[in-house]
Write a protein that binds this ligand. Structure first.
Ligand code: FES
Length: 153
């Protein structure tokens, strides 16, 4: 059911943990299952030089996040913004259709971390997305949700 690459990244996930002095941090929740992903990015001269993640998620979420952190390293911020969950799933030789939604977590957590970086550096209008309350769940953002790794620890 799962490819060898999925099993490899699930069994030996790369880049698990956090970056203390991260330049961008993003946390998202998956509205379908309630799982959570937190992504940390270190960015120098517009290049993602390091990425780490923590998740309260399923095996497919672990594998896709592991692969996503590998893919994002060395990319420019713009290139990283364009990494899709489909690209991550393809890099893993595919995911079962029922688990494709799990790969959204990685894509969205990277996007959230990049947005955080761009906001911190004045590269984005701070009002962009400012009306979002997270209540519609359509974009899976976790604004206003209570889950937070820091709170749990
Ligand atoms: Fe929740 Fe996979 S079942 S991320």
């Amino acid at each position: 059911m799962y490819s060898e690459k999925v099993m490899d990244h699930f069994s030996n996930p790369r880049n698990v943990g956090e970056i203390e002095d991260a330049d961008g941090v993003g946390q998202v929740g998956n509205s379908k299952c309630g799982d959570i992903m937190k992504m940390y990015l270190k960015i120098e001269d517009n290049i993602v030089v390091d990425a780490k993640f923590k998740t309260f998620g399923c095996g497919a979420a672990v594998a896709t996040s592991s692969m996503a952190t590998e893919l994002v390293k060395g990319k420019t911020v713009e290139e990283a913004m364009n990494i899709t969950n489909k690209a991550v799933a393809e890099a893993l030789d595919g995911l079962p259709p029922a688990k494709m939604h799990c790969s959204n977590l990685a894509e969205e957590a990277i996007a959230a971390a990049l947005t955080d970086y761009r906001k911190r550096n004045g590269l984005v209008d701070s009002n962009e997305g400012g009306d979002c309350t997270g209540e519609c769940s359509c974009c899976h953002h976790s604004h206003g949700r209570e889950e937070n790794f820091e709170d749990e620890e």
